[in-house]
Structure formats: C-alpha cells, structure tokens
Write a protein that binds this ligand. Structure first.
Ligand code: DI6
Ligand code: FE
Length: 401
C-alpha cells in the first residue's frame, strides 16, 4: 500500500481539539493507502512514519477536502432568459407559475441524452473540484418522468466514476409537478414518482431521497408519501423546506430522522426544536438567497441556541443558484448570514459530511479518508474572506493527487 508523509503543515482538523478550527501548527500527516494513518504535531510523529520521504508544505494550511452537500449540477439547458425576466420585476414564483422556472429546465433535460447531461455537468463539477471539493451531492428532479430521472441519476453516477470526486445521489422526483400532471400532484406521485424511486433504487442509483415542500411544489402530506416509500426502501431522507414560506417541512423531515433540511429562511423555533431532537443538519444555501434577493434571513441565532449543526452548500442549479463556487459560498455564508468563518468552514467540511451521512470524511483524523485540500493561505479565515480568489495549492483525493 502506498504511504506518504506531509510535514510543515498548518492543519485545520475541524475536530473539537479545543483550538479554533481544530488547528495544529507544525503539523504532520501520514497517509497509508486512501486513509489518514496518523495526524498531529511533527514532533510527535511515530517512528514508523519518520523514514518516509517528507513532502514539506512550507507552513501551508491543510483542510479536509471540501464537500458540496446540496447541488443540482446535472440538468439540460440554462435559464439566462429567466434571469432577465426577474430583473424586469417578475418574482421566482411568478416565473414558475408562468411555465418557466423548474419546468423549463425539465423540458431541456428531457430532450438531453445521458451523455449530454454528463458532458454538460462536467464543467460545473470540474470548477468545484478546482476549488478543493472532494465530495459532491447531486440530485435528480429535472426529469419528472421515469426515463429522464433515471438518466439524470446515471449521469451523476458516471461523474463519480470518471472524476476524482465522491458522488452521493439524491432522488428528487418530488421537485415540481410536471405539466402533464398539472393540478394532479397526487396522481403524479402515485403513477410516476414513487414507482420511479423504486426503479432507481433497484438499479443502485439512490443514496438519499429529497423533496421540495412548498406552495409551488408539494404539500407536507404529499412529501410524507414520498418519505414513507423511502423508509420502506431503507433510504435516508432530506428536504427542501421553508425556502419561500413556512409549511412545517423541516419538522416533517425531522420526524423521519432526516439527514438534513435545506434552505430554511422561513424556519421557526418549533421546526428548529424538531431538527435538534432528530440530529438533522440545517443546510443553508446563500447562493439561492442572493440570486432571489431574498430578505428573510435563516434563523442562525436560534439554530446556534439549539445546537443544530449548520452546513453550507452551493445549491448549484440553473434557476435559483447558478453558482459553482464553494469558496464564494463561504464568503456569502459569512457576509449574508453572519456565520463566523469557522462555522462556514465547518459547514463545508464536517457538517456537510454529516448532511450526507458520510462518517469517513469531513475532518482530519486518523482513520478518516485522506481527502484533503492544501491552500496557499496561512489563516483559515482567508478562505471565507476573499471574494473570487482561488488559493488552492493542491487537492489530495483518497491519498493521491
Ligand atoms: N429549490 C431551489 O432552490 C432549487 N430547487 C428547489 O427546490 C431551484 C431549482 C430551479 O429553480 O431550477
Ligand atoms: Fe436545491
């Protein structure tokens, strides 16, 4: 098994070691195969690693590989025209009700082949990888028919095979009501969404089940039908909740032990208590907040008060968040939501891993996967502070470059 040793590193371990960011200065990190075998102060390096050729990092900062835990990077077409409409005054909901919005991406996605979808997603994925991302969640939800949902998920799986990045898929059949089922959401669920979930699961294409609980999408009762099916199949759930209004989606998701509830601008304290009790992660998506010029802030102080873990993600999608930068997301989390840079960095590492149910990633600890990002910065707050500046030195994925 290959072995390597990194020395002279500033390690932001993101473990609760008592230091901000879990920092270790003058650090060393030994990798055996794809796993962190030892990490600590170089002075304490065990004898068995001391003979390895040392890669001197010149005091550079090392963090866990970044994790984008909420994306829709697989889709057809684009929505630049809708951007123009919204700048002329139309709201996101008005555009959606006029047949634009998610449904227009659905038409473009339905007419794309699996290879088209894969090829179109690659530049977005490569941009994320270029900023130190080592794991990414990818949702379906722009097909809304059996074949297209399956094609989207196969394209997502292919990304994980052809790029050095770990892909976790979420089935998002309950994302929008397709035009052919207008005003017949329950029939869509019965005839298309639930059978497609079963088929996708049988093909090994689903790691989690997601939904969009909102006035322009599905009611809590309808989402519960999808979650019941997920439970029957033994799949974890997560939910787009409280993005545009408060329907109690986060509490519903929590009652199913959800990995996460995402967006959450309109979340209230009852929902927060339910999330705290279930251990669900609050995934905040400042790219959508920014793009939609939302003014309602997610209730960060209350989330902190109830010790709900908070993650950050791009929500990379063609409509509400055409954002493929997790570094810019860190900055937005701080500037728009008043997260601390330490919370923001934990939000794209430790808490993002938790939002995906990835136990083996997200912190720098012996036994975790050697997914690392090495940065040309000395203080971790620089990652959140800079805007449009990529200071990645190199990325290590499963122990290799
Ligand atoms: N909320 C979002 O922000 C994305 N999906 C969702 O349920 C937006 C998807 C889109 O506008 O295409
Ligand atoms: Fe989303």
């Amino acid at each position: 098994m290959s072995q390597r040793l990194l020395t002279n590193a500033r390690l932001a371990t993101l473990t609760g070691n008592g230091e901000p960011y879990g920092l270790i200065d003058g650090g060393a990190l030994a990798i055996v195969g794809d796993t962190i075998a030892w990490i600590g102060e170089a002075a304490h390096l065990p004898f068995r690693y001391s003979a390895l050729h040392a890669e001197d990092l010149d005091g550079r900062l090392v963090t866990p590989g970044l994790i984008d835990c909420h994306t829709h990077v697989v889709f057809g077409g684009d929505r630049a025209r809708e951007f123009e409409m919204r700048l002329q005054g139309a709201t996101y909901e008005e555009v959606a009700r006029a047949g634009g919005g998610i449904v227009s991406t659905v038409s473009a996605t339905r007419s794309a082949s699996e290879d088209d979808l894969f090829q179109a997603a690659l530049p977005r994925v490569d941009t994320l990888i270029g900023e130190g991302v080592t794991a990414i969640e990818i949702k379906s939800g722009y097909g809304l028919d059996r074949d297209t949902e399956l094609r989207m998920l196969r394209a997502a799986r292919r990304i994980g095979k052809e790029r050095p990045v770990l892909v976790r898929t979420s089935f998002l059949g309950a994302h929008a009501i397709p035009p052919e089922y207008k005003n017949r959401a329950d029939a869509y669920l019965t005839e298309v969404c639930l059978p497609t979930l079963e088929a996708a699961h049988a093909e090994g294409l689903v790691d989690a089940v997601d939904g969009f609980c909102e006035g322009i999408a599905f009611s809590p009762e309808q989402i519960a039908r999808v979650f019941d099916k997920a439970k029957e199949l033994g799949l974890p759930v997560k939910l787009h909740a409280e993005q545009l209004s408060n329907l109690g989606g986060a509490a519903l998701a929590a009652s199913y032990g959800a990995l996460s509830a995402d967006h959450l601008e309109y979340l209230d304290e009852a929902g927060i208590k339910a999330m705290a009790a279930s251990g669900s992660v609050a995934v905040l998506l400042p790219g959508a907040f920014y793009t939609l010029r939302e003014t309602q802030q997610p209730p960060l102080d209350l989330l902190r008060a109830h010790n709900v873990p908070v993650a950050l993600a791009t929500d990379c999608n063609p409509g509400s968040s055409p954002l493929a930068s997790l570094l810019l997301t860190l900055n937005m989390g701080c500037t728009l939501f008043r997260m601390t840079p330490e919370e923001a960095l934990a939000g794209v590492t430790r808490e993002a891993a938790r939002a995906l149910g990835l136990d083996g990633q997200g912190t720098l600890e012996a036994g975790k996967r050697a997914d690392l990002a090495v940065w040309n910065v000395s203080h971790p707050a620089e990652l959140s502070y800079r805007i449009g500046f990529n200071s990645l030195h190199k990325r290590i994925f499963g122990g290799s470059e």
